[in-house]
Design a protein around this ligand. Structure first.
Ligand code: ADP
Ligand code: ASP
Ligand code: MG
Length: 815
């Protein structure tokens, strides 16, 4: 004999019922079969809803009833039963009884737990009858038996306890004399010794099947559901979750107790002692291997943590006060109070000081618990020996489960550091001495992120997911998105980085997709996005709450730069080519660095100096390894190089500056480049990264622009002065030429002092041959005292800047 149980989805449509019948027919060729079925998917909820509506005098209970009726008759119609008049008459009869019960509830507007059990029984009674009759109708040797005549319980309505002695005997007697090959039993429902209808608790059909399997001592119990086994974590919340091949009874029990809904927690009990394996299978994919729950502890897939589960709607109750220390009896009174109120305690933690006890309970019990506990400790509260109890709601429990965790150090450390890195605040921790389970209480809003983070940590340690949110998709931003699009596959395969663009914005529109924006047509999508705003972008990024989130600033906007602080405080990393934040006042620069450390959120800005050249990274490595920078000589402006490499006595200064603008070498306001401010910012950043406390005002800026150029109010005025002062610029060129020199715009840093100026560079100097928009930096340090460390190459341009940003993102991924 085999016992199979089919859940709500498995019997939720005529198509799925036909699947179930195929599976049963196949099995019955070799063996007799007992099949336990749930109500048609969603019916139990609808029955309860109709009951609540009737109780609240809400006429809509009739609509809900009609919906229940339609669902059943639709299934019967679609099952193509030929002569179905007897079946229809029976179902009609049952539905009439259901309608009368609901009318009764409506009249007296009361729905006791006892009536509720009577009400929900209709679900399983109808489904089991329809399935058995369909099989008979098709000539299969099948019959149904009402489990209420087999399973006997106490009168604890809605979650009754089984009387095993009578129940086992009833089951054995019935099956000893049953002659059909397949027996269909309704799950979930039972009767008390007094003959009242009871149920075994929500999800209880699994339990029914286990009770029958144990009573008959069968070889295997199969639970057929809508997923391919017990997964490493809830597959609805974590896409990467996968079915666990083998798991122990204890592990399965812990996982289901802590929320893995695929198995009703008490199910394991009856089969555990008899060593009957439970096989979880997928009705929608019968070929999938599924999960075997047994005592066979052969190591599988090497993972010490077997699964991660979560329960929502948790409230945390804290009892604390100095009067509790060392005095026995507090916990006893606390737990007695809760037990009297029938409040189930899901998690307990107590600090070793005994100064406080913390309990996790279902949120719906929280108010009752508070009133009851406050009453029990009224005296002590009045005497200020203990504080009035504190109730926190909106929480969830996340549990790591694995029999072998006790033999491995560092699992909880990894768990807490992974959560901490992602800014997930842990409210309470419980770890049993058996160490099969480590549970933490966190805010409900963090659950999805926590499950994904922990799943990545313990089950996908080889890949790391990065979620980037890019603001600014102009020249550079567009290149960056294209580079990401092109390299995604390579990163995944070679660096085990799963890089997803989760948010994109330009100044007008923004779009988000927590599963990663499809980059094949991102421009079209962005065009039809929602209206962009800097705060809106931040709020959305924050609320998506994805692990390893990175905000990428590809603007030159001051307002964007001032939002970094907010991002870092949410543990969202920042990657920027925008120089404004790093060159703002020193306090702000330091604050961002501190926040980055405190919130474990990287803040990288390699492209602030020399676009994609690894200048800051090299400098950071020198400093980190104990070297000390003594001086820096550099040509850091791609724009000014372009200008002075092209300007001579046959060209006009105005034309060259115009051309530099048109080709994207200067900022939209060319004065930022030509006044030297841009270069001053860069040398400031290098000085700061070298460990010097400096501000922009400390950098000596020796201008080369004409008086009028320096004083111009607008960009247009400025261009006018370039035309008018052509002689001034030609004189600069002539002076250099006369000495055989080239004009270069040079930044210098020497022992704490920095300056920027246009210089005449002789032909034997390393700067002399600098071409196009190239940059060069020479670092003199204690180690590089005579021969400087030189970094040289393309220091401007959209492609190289984008690749510098990309390199910063990958640096975070590799970390
Ligand atoms: P049935 O109606 O067949 O009894 P349930 O809805 O009770 O099915 O249980 C199956 C559901 O459990 C899955 O669809 C899934 O959403 C949820 N679930 C939660 N955690 C897990 C897990 N760790 N593994 C598999 N399923 C899980
Ligand atoms: N139909 C019941 C419920 O929805 C029992 C079950 O499906 O296991 O809770
Ligand atoms: Mg279930």
């Amino acid at each position: 004999m085999k016992v199979l149980k089919f859940g709500g989805t498995s019997v939720g449509s005529s198509k799925n019922i036909n699947n179930v019948i195929d599976i049963l027919e196949n099995y019955s060729k070799k063996d007799t079969i007992t099949c336990v079925v749930s109500a048609v998917g969603g019916i139990t909820d609808k029955l309860l809803l109709a009951g609540k509506q009737a109780q609240n005098k809400d006429q809509q209970y009739i609509d809900t009833f009609n919906l229940i009726k339609d669902i059943h008759f639709n299934i019967i119609n679609e099952l193509n039963l030929g002569d179905s008049s007897a079946i229809i008459a029976f179902v009609d009869d049952k539905l009439n009884a259901l309608k009368s019960l609901l009318d009764g509830i409506f009249l007296i507007n009361e729905l006791s737990p006892k009536t509720s059990d009577k009400l929900v029984s209709f679900g399983e009674l109808l489904s089991s009858y329809i399935i058995a009759e369909t099989m008979k109708n098709r000539g299969i040797s099948a019959d149904s038996k009402n489990s209420q005549e087999l399973i006997v319980t106490n009168s604890n309505f809605t979650k009754a306890e089984v009387k095993y002695d009578v129940t086992n005997k009833n089951i054995q007697d019935y099956f000893n004399s049953a002659s059909q090959q397949i027996t269909i039993l309704p799950g979930f429902i039972s009767k008390s010794k007094l003959g009242e209808q009871t149920t075994l608790g929500r999800g209880g059909s699994d339990f029914t099947a286990a009770i029958v399997a144990a009573a008959l001592k069968v070889e295997q119990l199969e639970i057929w559901t809508d997923v391919s086994g017990m997964f490493t974590t809830n597959p609805k919340l974590v896409k990467q979750a996968y079915p666990i091949e083998k798991i122990s009874y204890q592990e399965a029990m812990e996982l289901s107790h802590f929320g893995a809904k695929v198995l009703y927690p008490p199910t394991v009990q009856p089969v555990l002692d008899l060593n009957i394996p439970i096989h979880i299978k997928n009705t929608l994919d019968p070929e999938a291997a599924g999960t075997v729950i047994s005592n066979d502890d052969a190591p599988v897939n090497g993972s010490v943590v077997k699964g991660i589960s979560n329960i929502g709607n948790i409230a945390l109750i804290t009892l604390q006060g100095s009067g509790m220390i060392g005095i026995p009896g507090f916990s006893k009174r606390l737990f007695e109070t809760l037990s009297q109120e029938k409040i189930n305690v899901i998690l307990i933690t107590q600090a070793s000081s005994e100064h406080s006890i913390c309990l996790g309970i279902d949120e719906s019990d929280a108010d009752l618990a508070k009133t009851a506990i406050d009453a029990t400790f009224e005296n002590e509260i009045q005497l200020h020996k203990i504080d009035p109890i504190i109730v926190e709601k909106g929480l969830s429990i996340i549990a790591l489960v694995g029999d072998n965790m006790k033999n491995h150090q560092g699992i909880s450390g990894k768990m807490f550091s992974a959560l901490g890195k992602n800014n997930i605040n842990i409210r309470a921790i419980a770890q049993g001495a058996s160490e099969k389970n480590i549970s933490t209480v966190i805010a409900e809003k963090d659950v999805k992120k926590a499950l994904n983070t922990l799943h990545e940590q313990f089950f996908e340690s080889k890949t790391k997911q990065l979620n980037v949110f890019i603001t600014g998709v102009g020249n550079v931003g567009e290149k960056l998105v294209e580079q990401i699009k092109q390299q995604r596959k390579y990163l995944k395969e070679n660096l085990k980085i799963n890089l997803r663009v989760a948010g994109l914005s330009n100044s007008r529109k923004m779009i988000f997709d927590e599963d990663g924006i499809d980059l094949s047509n991102w421009k079209e999508q962005l065009e039809s996005g929602e209206q962009a705003s800097l705060d809106g972008f931040f709020e959305k990024t924050k609320s998506l709450n994805l692990r390893n989130s990175i905000f990428v600033d590809v603007t030159a906007n001051k307002d964007v730069a001032f939002l970094y602080e907010k991002y870092l405080r949410q543990s969202i990393g920042v990657v920027a080519c925008n120089k404004i934040a790093c060159s703002s006042d020193y306090e702000n620069y330091k604050l961002l660095k501190r926040l980055s450390l405190k919130y474990n959120a990287p803040y990288l800005f390699e492209t602030n100096v020399g676009a994609g050249l690894p200048i800051i990274d090299t400098l950071n490595n020198l400093v980190a390894s104990g070297d000390k920078v003594t001086s820096i000589h550099a040509v850091l402006s791609g724009s000014l190089n372009f200008v002075f490499n092209n300007f001579n006595d046959t060209t006009k200064f105005y034309d060259i500056v115009k051309q530099a603008g048109a080709e994207g070498y200067t900022e939209p306001d060319p004065r930022i480049d030509l006044s030297g401010v841009d270069v001053a910012r860069k040398i400031l950043i290098l000085a700061r990264e070298s460990g010097f406390e400096m501000n922009l005002e400390d950098i000596e800026n020796i201008p080369f622009l004409s008086e009028a150029g320096l004083k111009s109010d607008t960009v247009d005025d400025f261009y006018e002065t370039l035309i008018a002062d052509e002689d001034h610029y030609q004189a600069l060129y002539a002076s250099a030429k006369a000495k055989g020199c080239q004009l270069k715009y040079v930044a210098q840093f020497n022992n704490g002092k920095a300056s920027v100026s246009l210089q005449e560079i002789p032909s034997d100097h390393p700067f002399y041959n600098l071409k196009g928009s190239d940059n060069i930096v020479m670092f003199y340090t204690n180690r590089y005292a005579n021969q400087p460390m030189i970094i040289k190459g393309a220091g401007a341009g959209a492609d190289v800047t984008a690749s510098g940003l990309f390199a910063d993102i990958i640096r975070i991924g590799n970390n």
